[in-house]
Design a protein around this ligand. Structure first.
Ligand code: GDP
Ligand code: IMO
Ligand code: MG
Length: 427
């Protein structure tokens, strides 16, 4: 039996899509367990380049079953567009299943995401404006509508009527906006339901049976640990937990079933949106990393903030996830740099600390303490074995392993499946 959770270990965009696409060759099930279409997972494989937002990155293998778990918030319009796009490029989506317990993103969630961001003014989070926060808010406040509710039109209309009545009062009285039409939303979502009905099921049953048959399962994380509402840079976070503990909850498995937790780290640091980032580089080196790595948001196209690898944050990420092993991605992006820095501590006021503080004011004051290593100034994208990497690149990876406190089972040196050094199988 192998149930492997693939976890974004930094601020998202670590290369989860690439790694899941590569590992899914051996998986029977690939399950998204959190987030929604705020995620953008890039996959480059023999079929071309794909930017997946809701569909699990294992969709490209004919023998693999894809599941959108109960922990995900689903915008059915985006999902259907994505499925149409995949079908148009020859990818079969008939083996995609959506949990009947997953919550729906409704048009008012998207509207409120924008209005709430505007109301935050200078403290805006820089959300993806996909309605993620408002949809999870409704889930927790028990006013959400679930994917399974689409299967019973009467129940769906009843829930929508109650939800919309409240939302329209806020829209008109607080935000001075026009109310939304019940009939328009009802008809739009019934249209989505007609198309999605054969994909909706109790996915916990199929996963439990798969595990009983000892079939390999991959749990595909979205976002990253430092965007977690508890352990991330709150309130500059997302609204669902990207952590390994939530991989079980968001897929409907017990924690004892996980056999491997794989943390995905970039060999440097990036972040989109606002919030503290101690190792951010606002200079030519940051720009060089952004250009060479093409660090622009997959969903929003926003330039990603780039910086040196933050080993303080990485150790913290390991502490709250207990990685079995890690993957170091995008090593090739550092190829041209003559010298590299790794943040090994923070200067906070007059002290040096080795932990990731909880509060924003403290994090904003943290100044990185760097250790310098020589670069390798050679191409690494052709390496397929660790020994084929230049000496300084090997030492850089070894130092990251030492500082994180966890071995690297995978090292990624390019966007495609084969540009990966596999040191140890996770299955
Ligand atoms: P995700 O959200 O974690 O799946 O990551 P994204 O897809 O948003 O961003 C990662 C970007 O890095 C994508 O454009 C990938 O194609 C690319 N990528 C992944 N691994 C590597 C690598 O090892 N080297 C290079 N150069 N690019 C990579
Ligand atoms: P993947 O899965 C990077 C960020 C947004 C914003 C914050 C809150 O591709 O790694 P939200 O729309 O979730 O309310 O936005 O979280 N964010 C991501 N950053 N990668 C992601 O996903 C992200 N999903 C959300 O930029 O700062
Ligand atoms: Mg991404």
């Amino acid at each position: 039996m192998a149930v492997v959770a693939v976890i974004g270990a930094q601020w998202g965009d670590e290369g989860k899509g690439k790694i899941v696409d590569m590992l899914a060759e051996k998986a029977k099930y690939v399950v998204r367990f959190s987030g929604g279409d705020n995620a953008g997972h890039t996959v480059v494989n023999p079929l071309g380049e794909f930017k997946l937002r809701l569909t699990p990155s294992g969709i490209f293998y004919p023998g693999t079953i894809s599941v959108i778990g109960n922990g995900v918030v689903v915008n059915p319009r985006v999902l259907l567009e994505e499925m149409d796009h995949l079908n148009g490029r020859g990818v079969d989506t008939s083996r995609l299943y959506i949990s009947d317990r997953a919550h729906l993103i409704m048009p008012y969630h998207i509207l409120f995401d924008g209005l709430e961001e505007e109301a935050r003014g200078g403290r805006a989070i820089g959300t993806t404006h996909k309605g993620i926060g408002p949809a999870y808010t409704d889930k927790v406040s028990r006013t959400g509508i679930r994917v399974g509710d689409l299967l019973d039109r009467e129940l769906f209309r009843e829930k929508l009527t109650a939800a919309l009545d409240y939302k329209n009062r806020i829209l008109t009285r607080v935000y001075d906006k026009d109310p939304l039409s019940l009939d328009d939303i009802y008809n739009e979502y019934c249209g989505y339901a007609d198309r999605l009905v054969k994909h909706i099921s109790d996915t916990t049953i199929m996963l439990a049976e798969a595990i009983q048959r000892h079939e390999p399962v991959l749990l595909e994380g979205a976002q990253g640990v430092l965007l977690d509402p508890d352990f991330g840079t709150y309130p500059y976070t997302t609204s669902s937990s990207p952590l390994a503990a939530n991989a079980c909850l968001g897929a409907g498995l017990g924690p004892g079933q996980l056999t491997h937790v794989l943390g995905i780290f970039k060999s440097f640091q990036t972040r989109v949106g606002t919030g503290p980032m101690p190792t951010e580089l606002k200079d030519a080196t940051g720009e060089a990393i952004r250009q060479r790595g093409q660090e622009f948001g997959t969903v929003t196209g926003r330039p990603r903030r780039c910086g040196w690898f933050d080993a303080v944050a990485a150790r913290f990420s390991h502490r709250v996830n207990s990685y079995t092993s890690v993957a170091i991605t995008r090593l090739d992006v550092l190829d041209a740099l003559p010298r590299l820095k790794i943040c090994v501590g923070y200067k906070l006021d007059k002290r040096t600390i080795d932990y990731f503080p909880a509060g924003i004011p403290a994090l904003e004051k943290c100044r990185p303490v760097y250790e310098e290593l020589p670069g390798w100034q050679q191409n690494t994208d052709g390496a397929r074995r660790f020994e084929e990497l230049p000496g300084p690149a090997q030492r850089y990876v070894a130092r990251l392993e030492e500082l994180i406190g966890c071995p690297a089972s995978l090292i990624s040196v390019g966007r495609s499946r084969e540009q990966t050094i596999v040191r140890k199988s996770v299955f």
